[in-house]
Ligand binder design. Structure first.
Ligand SMILES: NC(=O)c1ccc[n+]([C@@H]2O[C@H](COP(=O)([O-])OP(=O)(O)OC[C@H]3O[C@@H](n4cnc5c(N)ncnc54)[C@H](O)[C@@H]3O)[C@@H](O)[C@H]2O)c1
Length: 345
């Protein structure tokens, strides 16, 4: 009798830090829809929350702290989904342990801290940091990016973005519209155009009737890139409707639009109307993008490239932090605010 040995590579053992809304979603994604990976260890500031995971993911264990998780023998790679203020230190700890990390956005809360991560990665000599700007993996985004890169749209002059939410929680102030909403368009600008944002201006109309006290909703941000492309970003976070993200790229050879998908269109026989539906929030809208992002991360680690081709890097996180800081200043400044960035190490 001959013995048979499995030649299949062992699954990547992923440790997940923070199992709130995003972290729990990623645990489910890795456990049910990602090839070549499993969740081996979780941790959360709220221990009870973490203790729920092994019930759903057999073989997964809970540890007390992010530091213990990052150092654990049975963690090959780390997914950080804790609040943004912890990302810098947790990402640097992953770099110090030589472990690939997918950090949810933001990389850090300010450009200086984001730059510290860039420098730590550079000093380690290994590219280890992927940043969770998942829109890069959305099929529409990837298609639009390829149309821009191939030259199909010609020379790009203007990009028009729209980012709308049904509701936000009370206290979602103007700066959060920059750091939590516009940050996605800011990264999209870097992804699509492959050049940094050089200046940003806020244009604040009279607030709509659903805006919180002191909140400017809707608002418009204008970005100018290094080569002079203008990007408009309409942010409207209390539409009372649903989640919509649209992008239109205006070029010399073509004008391309994504995000207008209507899905199923129904003619309603009870009152002279037809139409589709709008997703409630970002999770159904971008579920495929999150799935592709995490699969691409796992596959890149398996093939040794470590960072997937379309993924945002630590440098993208730094550029986003610098642009957000300028956009926040622009909220209370007349005219354009310059974005200052350090040299890429
Ligand atoms: N890419 C996206 O589209 C997207 C969408 C939503 C959230 N996010 C990002 O994901 C991150 C998490 O957001 P969320 O909505 O899941 O928040 P959340 O509050 O639902 O979850 C955060 C979890 O982290 C835990 N936690 C707090 N401090 C911790 C620490 N020091 N170490 C470990 N765990 C800690 C909390 O107890 C909580 O369970 C944020 O950075 C957010 O910006 C990204």
């Amino acid at each position: 009798m001959t013995s048979t040995q499995s030649t299949a590579p062992a699954d990547l053992r992923v440790g997940v830090i923070g199992v709130g809304q995003m972290g729990a979603d990623h645990v489910t994604r890795i456990s049910t829809r990602t090839k070549g990976a499993r969740v081996s260890v979780v941790t959360d500031y709220l221990r009870d929350k973490a203790e729920e995971v092994p019930g759903q993911v057999p073989g997964c264990r809970v540890v007390d702290s992010p530091e213990e998780l990052i150092a654990a023998e049975d963690v090959d790679a780390v997914l950080i989904a804790s609040p943004g203020r912890f990302h810098k230190d947790q990402t640097i700890a992953c770099i110090e342990h030589g472990k690939p990390v997918l950090c949810e956005k933001p990389l850090a809360m300010n450009p200086e801290d984001a730059y510290a991560v860039v420098q730590a990665e550079q000093a380690s000599g290994k590219a280890l940091v992927s940043l969770g700007f998942m829109r890069r993996f959305d099929a529409g985004y990837a298609d639009l990016k390829d149309a821009i890169t191939s030259g199909e749209l010609g020379q790009i002059s203007i990009v028009n973005c729209k980012h709308r939410n049904a509701h936000t929680l009370p206290g979602f102030v103007d700066s959060m519209m920059v750091y939590d909403s516009a940050v996605h368009e800011i990264d999209a600008i870097h992804y699509f155009l492959e050049e940094p944002i050089s200046a940003v201006q806020a244009v604040l109309p009279t607030p709509g009737p659903r805006a919180d006290e002191g909140q400017h909703d809707p608002m418009l941000l204008l970005f100018r890139t290094a080569s002079g492309i203008i990007v408009t970003d309409e942010l409207y976070v209390n539409t009372a409707s649903g989640y919509e993200v649209r992008t239109e790229v205006v070029g010399s050879a073509g004008i391309a639009t994504i995000g207008q998908d209507s899905g199923r269109v129904t003619t309603h026989l009870d009152g002279g109307r037809w139409g589709g539906s709008i997703p409630e929030d970002f999770r159904p809208r971008f579920v495929d993008a999150y799935d592709r992002e995490v699969q691409a991360w796992v596959s890149a680690i398996a093939d040794g490239t470590m960072i997937a081709e379309r993924s945002a890097t630590a440098w993208d996180g730094y550029l986003a932090a610098a642009a957000c800081e300028a956009a926040e200043q622009a909220l209370t400044t007349t005219g354009f605010v310059e974005v200052t960035t350090a040299e890429r190490p």
